[in-house]
Write a protein that binds this ligand. Structure first.
Ligand code: CTP
Ligand code: CA
Length: 221
């Protein structure tokens, strides 16, 4: 995808993206997380810049460099991501939530390292805010795009997320499929709109998937 081949069709559009995992501390040296690398969200950010958008990326911990031209806010936890999103949402035209946000966090972070005991250890987990759901409640004129990473009932689960979170589009992928999901350079996605039209794509690089998602957003604009 050469810069010169890309149409600058998002000039003046403000695009806010969440990406990467969140980490939820248990004690000073331990945490709960997931294998998200952030690649999908960072590729959407890069594609947005190439197409002329004003891009803000709110990212959990990743090994990825700040994409050129993007405003990057780095966070660790779901609550920090939620706060960063809410501080920056008001003038966004398009919001894409690609982050793999932890659904739960330990009820409290222990001040000191938990020492090993003879008994088993029980850590109580409490619900994190659902960032995308909260954005969907006050959607206004924004275009709202979510992801659904599933291991079963892909289309059915993705459709119910469209309704529950008030989305314009959802990018569904079966994470157990070869060539899809976490920690890969490729993805196999289906994009579903508010009217439940399903578009099925074959395997693509995450950079290509990013442009396909922006194409679908552009059609709605
Ligand atoms: N999401 C979010 N905040 C959360 C959880 C999820 O913003 N606390 C967003 C993700 O970024 C994604 C979409 O919601 O765009 C769907 O995430 P997913 O984990 O598939 O759905 P959940 O609603 O959390 O449901 P479940 O994990 O039970 O499938
Ligand atoms: Ca979840």
């Amino acid at each position: 995808l050469l810069n010169s081949n890309v149409k600058k069709d998002l000039i003046g559009k403000r695009l806010l993206i969440t990406a990467g995992p969140t980490i939820e501390p248990i004690d000073p040296i331990r945490y709960i997380t997931n294998p998200s690398t952030g690649k999908m969200g960072y590729e959407i950010a890069k594609a947005g810049i190439l197409r002329g958008a004003d891009v803000m990326l709110i990212s959990g911990p990743t090994n990825l460099a700040k994409p050129y031209g993007v405003k990057l806010i780095r966070v660790d936890t779901a609550i920090q991501m939620y706060n960063a999103v809410m501080d920056n949402i008001s003038n966004a035209d398009i919001v894409v939530c690609a982050a793999a946000v932890a659904d739960y966090r330990p009820e409290k972070k222990e001040k000191n390292k938990i020492k090993k005991m003879d008994e088993d250890l029980c850590i109580k987990l409490i619900r994190n805010p659902d960032i995308l759901y909260e954005i969907g409640k006050e959607k206004g004129k924004k275009i709202l795009v979510g992801f659904a990473a599933e291991t079963e009932n892909l289309i059915e689960n993705a459709k119910s997320k469209i309704i529950k979170k008030n989305l314009d589009l959802i990018v569904a992928n079966d994470i157990l499929q070869e060539g899809a999901g976490f920690n890969k350079d490729t993805n196999i996605v289906q994009i579903i709109d508010r009217n439940f039209n399903v578009k099925k794509y074959s395997i693509m690089s995450k950079a290509e998937v990013a442009h396909v998602i922006l194409d679908e957003i552009k059609k709605i604009i």
